[in-house]
Write a protein that binds this ligand. Structure first.
Ligand code: NAD
Length: 440
């Protein structure tokens, strides 16, 4: 009961805080997917509960269970997994839920309003399509699907459906991202001239396997039949942010992907480096590596007047930059190992070699920042707000504006990036996968 109140209060505060920045009307115009998510609407439905079935009770599924247990307007009525140990753990968290080993049986239940799909990527499209056909609202984990064809099939099924469909691209509900994007739209950092996104970790990305025949199932992220690796797991979130900022889709991509360090039998790259190019010449430089974590995770939007670092929740203005004092520069450069020895005959460095930027927080007061190291999910990164919004939509039937279109755009960009790396060529965004929502 105590947790219920906390989550609900957080949700209301989230909307209220956003209102402080832009005013209600402007807020709803710039982040239309929040239109159905106001405190008033929550008040209207507070006595009802969305009846939720969860398909895929692994680590992310269990993370969602913990969030759902804190929501007044949600009730977990069914659980499904074809791997018994995970189903058992989930059942311990919500002992009144019915259990299923076959998701199709769960979908037959008349007692379920919406399903959450937290399975490996190769099941996202299949289960989402079946669930929409069965009349269920769907909240599916990102990415949308493993192939371009599947993404298109899901998008088209959604166009024909009156059901609600969400994909868990939680930055759309992360307060610091939303406010940062609004500040960029207000002109704070000038013209957007580039984006630099990266995600670095240092671990082999694998999980312990109880018996050898389960290896490809449990470590599904590492194999091509079930994953596009770093692109669909990590880049997906970050490319979406760039699209939200520019309100455009890059028209082409080049990239290189390799297995540099983790030379086991994995099939997906452990090192990727790509450049996406928008029609106006603005580029996203994207890098991800899982054998060095020095640079962590950042989503940097580069403007002619400043830089918005959305992941860390800080921005920096070019007109406030000042050269550090000479001694500060020298110390910093020695720290950075630019010089192997201190120059004996005085300073030989230029003032512009080391700049000090004044950091400004995007949000006043305390806010949550993720270092991007967790494979399960970060605290207060928008996931629980997005899920709460979905549960509310299961009751009202109101679709989340732009959510599917944004997921489609980001997911297909990941897939053409992967194609560019595999085929070692520049890939243009294919005509047949363009949807009316996309502006290039
Ligand atoms: N949005 C985010 O930030 C975020 C974070 C972590 C994971 N994820 C996504 O969540 C999904 C799950 O990731 P995970 O780390 O929990 O994986 P996991 O392997 O821990 O869990 C997946 C579960 O799905 C079950 N499963 C597989 N096929 C099934 C089927 N046909 N029917 C029913 N159950 C089935 C597996 O047995 C397993 O229990 C992935 O798509 C991943 O990309 C998203």
């Amino acid at each position: 009961m105590k947790k219920e109140k906390q989550v609900d209060a957080g949700l209301r505060q989230f909307i209220k805080d956003l209102g402080y920045v832009t005013g209600g009307a402007a807020l709803l115009g710039t982040v239309p997917w929040l239109q159905s998510f106001t405190p008033d609407k929550l008040n209207e439905i507070k006595k009802e509960k969305a009846r939720i079935g969860l398909i895929g009770t692994g680590s992310r599924g269990q993370y969602h269970i913990h969030n759902l247990l804190g929501m007044q307007h949600a009730e977990i009525v069914a659980l499904c997994d074809d791997y018994e140990p995970n189903l058992k753990t989930a059942l311990e968290l919500c002992p009144n839920a019915k259990t299923y080993a076959d998701y199709k049986k769960l979908l037959e239940s008349k007692d379920i309003d919406g399903v959450i799909v937290a399975t490996p990527l190769n099941w996202h499209a299949v289960i989402t399509l079946d669930a929409l056909s069965a009349g269920k609202h769907v909240f599916c984990e990102k990415a949308m699907a493993l192939t371009m064809e599947e993404c298109k099939a899901v998008y088209e099924a959604y166009q024909q459906s009156d059901r609600v469909l969400y994909f868990c691209m939680q930055r759309m509900f992360d307060e610091k991202y939303i406010k940062g994007i609004q500040l960029i739209a207000s002109g704070l950092i000038g013209e957007v001239v580039g984006a630099r996104c990266h995600w670095f970790r240092n671990n082999d990305w694998s999980r312990p396997v109880p018996s050898p025949e389960l290896k490809r199932r449990i470590n599904w992220r590492l194999y091509r039949e079930s994953s596009c690796g770093l692109m669909t797991e990590l880049a997906c979130h970050q490319l979406e942010v760039c699209n939200l900022v520019t309100k455009r889709i890059p028209e082409s991509v080049v990239g290189m992907g390799d297995i540099v360090h983790w030379k086991d039998d994995r099939e997906v790259y452990d090192s990727v480096s790509l450049t996406y190019r928008y029609k106006n010449g603005v580029k996203i430089t994207y890098e991800s590596l899982i054998a060095n974590m020095f640079n962590g995770m950042e989503d940097q939007i580069l403007g002619s007047k400043g830089t918005m670092n959305l992941a860390s929740g800080m921005y920096y203005l070019e007109n406030e930059v000042g050269a550090n004092s000479a001694i500060e520069q020298l110390l910093a450069q020695i720290g950075d190992k630019i010089f192997s020895a201190i120059p004996a005959a005085g300073a030989s460095w230029r003032p512009e070699t080391k700049k000090a930027y004044q950091p400004h927080p995007i949000i006043k007061g305390s806010f949550s920042v993720s270092d991007g190291m967790s494979m399960i999910g970060a605290d207060k990164d928008g996931s629980d707000e997005m899920l709460s919004s979905f549960c509310q939509a299961c009751i009202t039937g109101e679709k989340g504006k732009d959510i599917v279109e944004e997921a489609y755009s980001a997911s297909t960009l990941c897939l053409i990036g992967d194609q560019a790396m595999r085929e070692q060529c520049r890939v243009e965004y294919p005509e047949e996968y363009k949807i009316p929502y996309m502006e290039f």
